[in-house]
Design a protein around this ligand. Structure first.
Ligand code: ADP
Length: 666
């Protein structure tokens, strides 16, 4: 137990001993201490060779060599002053000409040995090739004939000049100067110790440089003093020999790790920022894209909805709608196609053009408008044209238009109102109004005429019956007066019969009474009846009867009435010449005419000669007696017998009334 306690104490003692500072301090002789205290020994500093020896941003002298020198000074418990020199070249020059100085971190070379003494190396640093990322230099061989920089008076420069004479060496003042020239493309590569290269790259955040292979020369850094000062060399050799490799390694690791940590933390920071930017931009883009997508979807839907509503509205419109550009139809709706009697496709594929649906008399209007559109002249927004349907029917159209930009011009967007029905109704109303006015005039004329037609024979009857009362009239006069009374009575009877007949016709109370008649017999009797009347006026009455079979089936009363009215008129409205009564018959039809050489009918009265109350001479004069109902009765009876009647007449030449009736229809 006792031995165990002693052993444990020894172990603890050893452990503590190994970690106690100054425990391995070097023992110097008094003369050595005196020498150190009485001599102004300078540490050469000032040159910038990171991470070996340099002044940091805070102006502090730091680096591997500085740490190592501290270790040395700690051993001897002495502090040296620092001599700040501009750069390495100046440092070397200074060393050549002075005696009491220390350079920490310098490699032994044959040249330097001429004026310096070197301790054992405390650190080894391989030299490497440093190039730009895009360079084609990878190995030492690739440096052949290339511009290579090294720091002036560096050991490696001496090595390269001696061993690799094929290189174009451009000396620089510091490593960092060289790197700047490399980045600017002023040199092709740099030869630099690996630790310095890594440290500067990481410190400055340089990403476009590449460390290539080692060049086969390693900087073995020592402490050097002037060869004129062997005492100092002896002291320092003693001290440096007492510093363990572990302690040196610790310093090296500290700076190497610092480089790595710096490098990686900076890189990590950059990567983190990049990742954050990427994520933020991705999320932003995704959000923006989704909102845009949604917006586009909503807008597309809105456009589709409104387009389909517009289409529906256009397609189901009661009016015909079209869009037309340079005479071609871009769109027509159902009503448009239906209005003109074509299919929509026929318009869209150009099979049916605007001239196919426009009446020739309206084509000029269309062409004028198309030309004005071309010339960009102002146009009325509504115009009327006549259209033509596929089955050649005429349409009265009103077109309301607007103009919309299309390609390099204006397209016409039009709504067509079909006014045909309204137009026809207006026309009918106008005709009806004219007829009503005419009928009104005719009625007035008829009343005046009737009063004349009734009063005249009535006066005759009353006047001559009064005369008959008198006893002093001769027998011949008495007979003549009785004839006049009879004639006046007949005339009144005829007028009343006409009024009754036309009233019955108008009231639809007239019916047909068909029977077989002998045409020849009836015509002869008519001829015989009217012949004296014609002869009285010196007119020749001719019967041109041309039927092989005299039998026909018809309504005798109406047939006789038709011919009687026509013959009576012919006699009444003729003063000389001849009246021809013509009759012939084919298989179905009976053709008859009454032709005279009388006063004739003016052309403008021919169209309504068969209407009631029409009298050519109207109120102007009553040259000829008559009610103005005869031809209306004739016209009605011919139509009741399913026939047709026409008139040809020339004023002063004569008239010809021609009618046909089917003779065995009934
Ligand atoms: P009216 O009793 O006046 O003869 P109608 O209806 O028979 O009536 O004839 C209408 C009018 O037509 C006549 O008033 C007359 O002006 C004209 N007219 C008819 N027949 C003839 C004819 N043969 N020649 C000339 N004018 C005629």
């Amino acid at each position: 137990m006792f031995i165990k306690v002693i052993l444990l104490n020894i172990l603890i003692g050893l452990f503590i001993f190994s970690y106690l500072p100054g425990q391995n301090k070097v023992k110097l002789s008094n003369s050595e201490y005196n020498y150190l205290r009485n001599t102004n020994i300078e540490i050469l500093a000032g040159y910038q060779a990171p991470p070996n020896s340099y002044y940091n941003e805070e102006g502090k002298h730091v680096g591997i060599c500085v740490d190592y020198l501290e270790l040395v000074t700690e051993q001897i418990n002495i502090t040296f002053s620092k001599k700040k020199l501009q750069d390495w070249d100046t440092t070397i020059s200074y060393a050549k000409n002075h005696k009491d100085f220390i350079i920490t971190g310098i490699a032994k070379t044959p040249q330097r040995e001429k004026y310096l003494l070197f301790t054992e190396p405390f650190i080894r640093m391989p030299n490497v090739i440093l190039t730009n990322n895009n360079s084609d230099i990878y190995t030492l061989k690739d440096l052949h004939g290339k511009r290579v920089s090294t720091v002036k008076n560096y050991a490696v420069t001496e090595f390269l000049r001696k061993k690799h004479k094929d290189l174009i060496i451009q000396e620089v003042i510091t490593d960092y100067d060289g790197i700047k020239r490399l980045i600017n493309g002023e040199i092709d590569a740099m030869v630099i110790n690996q630790l310095s290269a890594s440290y500067i790259i990481s410190e400055k955040g340089l990403t476009n440089l590449r460390i290539c292979e080692e060049i086969g020369y390693t900087n073995k850094l020592c402490i050097a003093v002037s060869n004129k000062n062997p005492q100092l060399f002896q002291i320092l050799s003693k001290v440096t020999n007492s510093i363990s490799d572990k302690e040196t390694q610790k310093i090296y690791s500290k700076w190497a790790n610092l480089t790595r940590v710096k490098f990686s933390s900076k890189l990590r920071y950059i990567i983190l920022i990049i990742i954050v930017i990427i994520i933020v931009s991705y999320i932003g883009t995704w959000y923006w894209l989704s909102s845009m997508k949604r917006l586009v979807f909503i807008k597309t839907q809105e456009i589709r909805d409104s387009e389909s509503k517009y289409r529906e509205l256009v397609e189901n419109s009661y009016d015909a709608i079209f869009v037309q550009y340079k005479g071609k139809f871009l769109m027509v709706n159902n009503k448009f196609a239906e209005l003109f009697g074509y299919t929509k496709e026929q318009f869209i594929n150009g099979e049916i053009k605007i001239e196919d649906i426009t009446a020739p008399d309206s084509m000029q209007i269309i062409n004028d408008r198309l030309e004005k559109i071309e010339r960009k002249e102002p146009l009325s927004l509504q115009y009327n044209i006549n259209g033509i349907t596929s089955d050649h029917k005429k349409l009265n159209l009103t077109i309301s238009v607007s103009y919309i930009p299309h390609e390099d011009g204006s397209a016409t967007q039009g709504i067509i109102h079909n006014m045909t029905e309204q137009f026809n109704k207006e026309k009918e109303l106008r005709i009806a109004k004219e007829r009503a006015e005419e009928s009104d005039c005719l009625k007035s004329a008829f009343l005046a005429n009737m009063s004349h037609e009734i009063r005249t024979p009535m006066n005759g009857i009353l006047g001559f019956s009064e005369i008959l009362k008198s006893s002093d009239i001769s027998e011949s006069e008495r007979i003549q007066f009785i004839d006049i009374i009879q004639e006046s009575g007949n005339r009144m009877l005829n007028t009343i019969n006409d009024i009754i007949d036309i009233s019955k016709i108008h009231a639809g109370q007239v019916s047909l009474s068909m029977s077989e008649i002998n045409l020849k017999e009836e015509m002869n009797s008519l001829y015989n009846f009217f012949k004296p009347l014609a002869e009285k006026k010196n007119i020749k009455l001719v019967l041109d009867y041309n039927c092989s079979d005299p039998l026909i089936i018809t309504d005798l009363t109406k047939f006789i009435s038709i011919l009687s009215n026509l013959i009576k008129n012919a006699i009444n409205y003729s003063n000389q010449g001849e009246i021809e009564i013509h009759l012939c018959k084919d298989e179905n039809q009976l053709l008859a005419w009454v032709k005279d050489t009388g006063i004739g009918i003016p052309e403008d009265r021919l169209s309504n000669i068969f209407e009631r109350f029409t009298q050519v001479n109207g109120n102007n004069s009553r040259l000829v007696q008559g009610s103005g109902l005869g031809l209306a009765i004739v016209h009605s009876y011919v139509h009741m017998l399913a026939g047709k009647i026409e008139v040809e007449s020339k004023l002063g030449v004569g008239s010809k009334f021609v009618f046909t009736i089917p003779w065995r229809t009934f």
